[in-house]
Design a protein around this ligand. Structure first.
Ligand SMILES: CC(C)(COP(=O)(O)OP(=O)(O)OC[C@H]1O[C@@H](n2cnc3c(N)ncnc32)[C@H](O)[C@@H]1OP(=O)(O)O)[C@@H](O)C(=O)NCCC(=O)NCCS
Length: 158
C-alpha cells in the first residue's frame, strides 16, 4: 500500500453551539464536543484508510476552557500515527467568540481509530508518509504512548 500524508486526510469541522447542545447555564455539554471530536477523527481515519472505522480509545482529553451557546466550535483533526490497522488522530478544538472576534484553545485529545474490513475485523491501512521533523516527533511520541497503553492494559488493551 502506498504511504499517504497527514495533510491528505486532515479535516476541520465547524459548528455553532445551540441551546440544545448546552446545559441551563449555557455551557456546552462535554459529551457534545467529544462527539464532534470523534466524528472529525473518524473522517480523518476513513479518508486515510478508505474503510469503515471504529474508535478504540481516547486519551488525554482535558477540558481547558468552557464553551458557550453562540460560540463557533472549530474541530481540527490530523493523523499523527499509523500502525497496522490502528490510526491515532490528534484533535484540537478552538472556540471562536463571534461577537468579540476572539479565538481560544478549549481542549484537545488523542483518538485511536481502527480500520475494519467487510467482516468487521481489523484490516491493514496505508503507512503514514512523514514530511517533516515535527511529524516524525509526533509519530514517535504516539508510538510510545500506545506501547505504554498496551503495557498498562495487557495484550488486548482491555
Ligand atoms: C477496536 C477493536 C476493533 C479491536 O479489536 P481487537 O480484536 O482487539 O483487534 P486487535 O487486537 O487485532 O487490534 C487491532 C488494532 O487495534 C489496536 N487496539 C485495539 N484495542 C485498542 C485500544 N483499546 N486502544 C488503542 N488501540 C487498540 C491494536 O493495537 C491493533 O493495532 P495495530 O493493528 O495497528 O497493531 C475492538 O476492540 C472493537 O470493536 N471495539 C469496539 C469499538 C467500538 O465499537 N467503538 C465505538 C465506541 S462505543
Amino acid at each position: 500500500m502506498e504511504a499517504k500524508t497527514s495533510s491528505a486526510s486532515a479535516v476541520t469541522m465547524a459548528q455553532v453551539v445551540l441551546p440544545t447542545h448546552a446545559n441551563a447555564a449555557g455551557n456546552m455539554h462535554g459529551g457534545e464536543v467529544m462527539k464532534m471530536m470523534d466524528s472529525a477523527a473518524g473522517v480523518v481515519a476513513m479518508r486515510h484508510s478508505l474503510c469503515n472505522v471504529v474508535t478504540a480509545s481516547v486519551d488525554q482529553l482535558v477540558f481547558k476552557e468552557p464553551i458557550f451557546v453562540g460560540d463557533l466550535v472549530l474541530c481540527h483533526a490530523e493523523l499523527i500515527y499509523v500502525g497496522r490497522s490502528s490510526m491515532e488522530v490528534f484533535v484540537r478544538v478552538d472556540v471562536e467568540n463571534l461577537v468579540r472576534g476572539e479565538t481560544r484553545r478549549a481542549l484537545e485529545g488523542y483518538f485511536v481509530m481502527v480500520a475494519l474490513d467487510r467482516n468487521g475485523r481489523p484490516t491493514s491501512v496505508p503507512p503514514l508518509k512523514l514530511e517533516n521533523e515535527e511529524q516524525e516527533r509526533l509519530f514517535t511520541e504516539a508510538r510510545e504512548r500506545l506501547a505504554n497503553l498496551k503495557k498498562r492494559k495487557g495484550p488486548s488493551h482491555r
